[in-house]
Design a protein around this ligand. Sequence first.
Ligand code: ATP
Length: 355
Amino acid sequence: MESVDLHINGIKKSFAGKEVLKGIEVTIKDGEFVTLLGPSGCGKTTLLRIIGGFAKADEGRVFLGNEDISKKSPDKRDINTVFQNYALFPHLNVYKNVAFGLKSKKVPKDEIDRRVQAMLELVNITDLASEMPSTLSGGQKQRVALARALVNEPDILLLDEPLSALDANLRKKLQVELREIQKKTDTTFIMVTHDQDEAIAVSDRILVMYKGKLVQDGTPEDVYEHPVNRFVATFMGECNILECEKVSDTCVKAAFGNLVVEKIPAWMADAGGKCCGGVAIRMEDIHVCTPGEHFENNVFHAKILERIFRGDYWELHADFGPLTLRVMTDPDQIYNPGDEVELYMEPQYLQVLSD
Ligand code: ATP
């Protein structure tokens, strides 16, 4: 099959005078699993609906390969959608739900049968073929919805919070399966979610959205380890934020001492040496030094104020004098309130934030 990238060029959209998409510009490569991640109201569903043809942009265009599809209706695009509420046909059994699209395209009966059986197998519901939707669990309905969308062999599958109605364990299981199905079918998946763990688990690439803008575009590792601003840093998980000023090209000054960082971004020169959004460090990137360990920089004396059991780790609250930071330790590293410790912060994980 010919390779088709999706180009989203300068998309703007307003509702009742309020701009909810402020010029989205991005290319999604053929065969990628991309998530649109962001808090409620940031515009991710509106963008997905514009890609699918269910809403019209006020400005900008959508290209699939070289073709401008901006004005095409949803059924004329090689794009299928899996909705949050499954939207199965209640009067058709599982097999007929999955076969529906092929039947309306007048695909020969034996080919329909072959493709439907292959899809039921792919999403692991062969034994449910004759069941009616009303007898299925949420997870099973979602599998039927996936099979029904994928059987048409679309270039792109759009998924609008497909797992949000499921309980936590099933959700994690289906995240893994979703990723496997995407790789096996080699279809571009674009999924909306507000759950950063889910985005990290399934995506090749995460597009982080905030207030109608695309604020970061990167691999899950990139976005988690190297957030560009304070919003992304805190949205992607627990994070300490330090107010700092630039000292040199490899050093910033925090309230408790100087910190060596791997990279001072170029924009800091224009910002008068201020780390505008602060410097972020995740709790797992601050280590309690064990006796005999020696690091040249970034070691600070602190006093443990509190210890909280989090199941698979301890969360320590460490008093650095002017401020308290949260630190993660292994379950077998026991520190008590009142203990004095040396803490090391790895330069590569100290991230200067733009705003
Ligand atoms: P959520 O996760 O809550 O669905 P979202 O990031 O997907 O949030 P959108 O659904 O795209 O956000 O909505 C973005 C903004 O646009 C919101 O303020 C919403 O109220 C508004 N909006 C979306 N659709 C419409 C509509 N049809 N008419 C009026 N306002 C709308």
